[in-house]
Ligand binder design. Structure first.
Ligand code: FAD
Length: 386
């Protein structure tokens, strides 16, 4: 039990115990702040446990790239402190046409061979194991990318935080409204000097006007799980051609439009379902497979079996091995056409932080470090250096 007492005001309240809220709590407790996390569920159960566990550092672009590298350091530090699985295995990008290979080469030319290491078809096939797709033209390894296990990591971070003297987590407690350092919940009122709201795609319930201003919608994804073929043993994430139509570093390349046109010509259904065909291996040897995207303020909960078949079939083709699905699920994250990261301060005490694109795992520890810098500037540089 922490020393942060039940009704005592704290330095900081964080609403939401997904990865964004927990990363804020992690950085805040390191700075010595007293922290109360308020979460409506009994454990993390949102986007942060339903994803690929891919910290996709290299594929970020512009201002977000620097924050992504800061996030990488935060992830490494948290993994060392807490002891969760976080291999620095990087990611592989599989190119299966000349157009896809051109984009990989363009990114290599921009970032250099240390960040984007080009691989021949034979080298990449060796990394994937088995008898992968003969259409593979080559690809790249992105060594800065990290992996975590999405199903266990947030829970491990929460359990570790609860052991700190200066952190308390209020589970099963729903925030109804807040402002000016006062947070009204289903279990009464809490107070703090600062409140950071990290409720992901449900930010529209607390801040409908903000959600409208930023055109925040829900993005619903179809995912599946299957045992990995015995020949596929890498912890690295695997991205494919459709990934080049999704991540900003690829879409900024001059050849990106040609990749999109080629996929539309050959497999229009992948563009129609807004696919990002990718997969990651969990430490228990299962594969996380996905994904498709549907957007709306309210999204249908129903999974389209044909879409799952198509996505899994595509991954099976890349690996050259059949995949036996054992689970399917829907994941939802916040999305905005205007920005990938929404940070707003509705009043002096309140900060709303929502990742409005599918990169919240990647960015969480970097965004959180920047947030805590702003509320705790006096020791920011000392901590960054340490
Ligand atoms: C299928 C899928 C695959 C993805 N793959 C990746 C990936 O590989 N890499 C990557 O970087 N990103 C990925 N993402 C995106 C990433 O998962 C999200 O951006 C990130 O998890 C968002 O974290 P969060 O903490 O904001 O949201 P959540 O994890 O959804 O947490 C929000 C929390 O707030 C709580 N909450 C909400 N309202 C209230 C309230 N009123 N009171 C109290 N608590 C409240 C919720 O219960 C929840 O626990 C993926 C997302 C999905 C769905």
């Amino acid at each position: 039990m922490s020393n942060t007492a039940v009704n005592e005001p704290t330095d900081l309240i964080i609403v939401g115990a997904g990865i964004v809220g927990l990363a804020h709590a992690y950085h805040a407790q390191r700075r010595g702040l007293s922290v109360r996390v308020i979460e409506r569920d009994s454990r993390p159960n949102g986007a942060s446990i339903r994803n690929f566990g891919h910290c996709c550092i290299t594929a970020q672009h512009g201002d977000l790239l620097q924050t992504a590298y800061r996030s990488r350091e935060g992830w490494r530090q948290a993994a060392a402190d807490i002891g969760f699985w976080a291999p620095e295995s990087g990611a592989f990008v599989v190119a299966r046409s000349e157009a896809e290979m051109a984009v990989v080469q363009q990114l290599n030319a921009e970032r250099g061979g240390d960040a984007v290491k080009l691989l021949s078809a034979a080298e990449l096939a060796g990394k994937l194991g088995g008898a992968p797709d003969p259409q593979i033209a080559g690809g790249a390894h992105l060594p800065a990318d990290l992996r975590v296990d999405p199903r266990t990591t947030a829970g491990q971070i929460a359990a570790w935080l609860e052991q700190r003297d200066n952190v308390r987590i209020e589970w099963n407690t729903s925030v109804r409204n807040l402002g000016g350092g006062i947070v009204a919940t289903s279990r009464g009122e809490f107070r703090a000097d600062k409140v950071i709201v990290c409720v992901g795609h449900d930010m529209d319930y607390l801040y409908p006007e903000l959600a409208e201003r930023y055109q925040v919608q829900r993005s619903a994804l179809q995912m599946a799980l299957a045992p990995a073929p015995s020949t596929f043993t890498t912890d690295a994430a695997v991205l494919t051609g459709t990934s080049m139509t999704r991540y900003d570093a690829f879409t900024a390349m001059p050849g990106a439009a040609a990749v999109r046109e080629e996929i539309y010509r050959n497999s229009p259904e992948l563009i129609d379902m807004v696919a990002n065909v990718m997969f990651t291996r969990r430490p228990d040897g299962t594969l996380l497979l996905g994904d498709s995207h549907v957007y709306g303020n309210t999204v249908d909960p129903f999974l389209d079996e044909w879409w799952t078949d198509r996505l899994v079939g595509e991954i099976s083709k890349v690996l050259g091995a059949p995949l036996q699905i054992t689970q399917r699920w829907q994941g939802v994250y916040a999305s905005s056409a205007l920005t990938s990261l929404l940070v707003e301060e509705p009043d002096e005490q309140t900060r709303v932080v929502t990742v409005t694109s599918g990169i919240g795992m990647t960015m969480s520890f970097g965004i959180a470090a920047e947030s805590i810098d702003t509320i705790c500037p006096e020791n920011a540089s000392a901590i960054a250096a340490g």
